[in-house]
Write a protein that binds this ligand. Sequence first.
Ligand code: FES
Ligand code: FES
Length: 169
Amino acid sequence: MHFTINGKSYEAEVDVRTSLLDLCREHLGLTGSKKGCDHGQCGACTMLVNGRRINACLTLAVMHQDDEIMTIEGLGTVENLHPLQAAFVKHDGYQCGYCTPGQICSAVGMLDEVKKGWPSHASADLSDVTFDESEISERMSGNICRCAAYPNIVEAIREVAAEQREVTA
Ligand code: FES
Ligand code: FES
């Protein structure tokens, strides 16, 4: 099978039952995405597929041969961090760091959903989403942090959301 991950081409022979998460971690050496629960409960495995966030433990690799897959390894580099990566560092948005790749990939997808006008249960006004704690918490509710670094995660995301809003204003 052929896959495009972080802009690079990969060939891999895997069982048709292999999840996208296991393809990356066990076959391709891309261990940035984490396996927390392996059944869609924690969000540690979140990747972007064609720009949309998904739980990679719940989807089969064979379904994604023609997709653009992005993992945390493709978002930024040590020398050139993605704005969300830099904000997580600045705001100390982690303790053990296990959930962090999924949190950051999820936040990238979430901010794009807001740009597209996708609603959330917490949005009072869809034409002008206010990135308060309840809005960010609701939209990030699929990503669990066992270290409970939530206040700092919210601050990091809020800062990047505000910066993006200034750029597009
Ligand atoms: S490992 Fe995929 S949601 Fe927990
Ligand atoms: S930083 Fe430890 S699980 Fe989130």
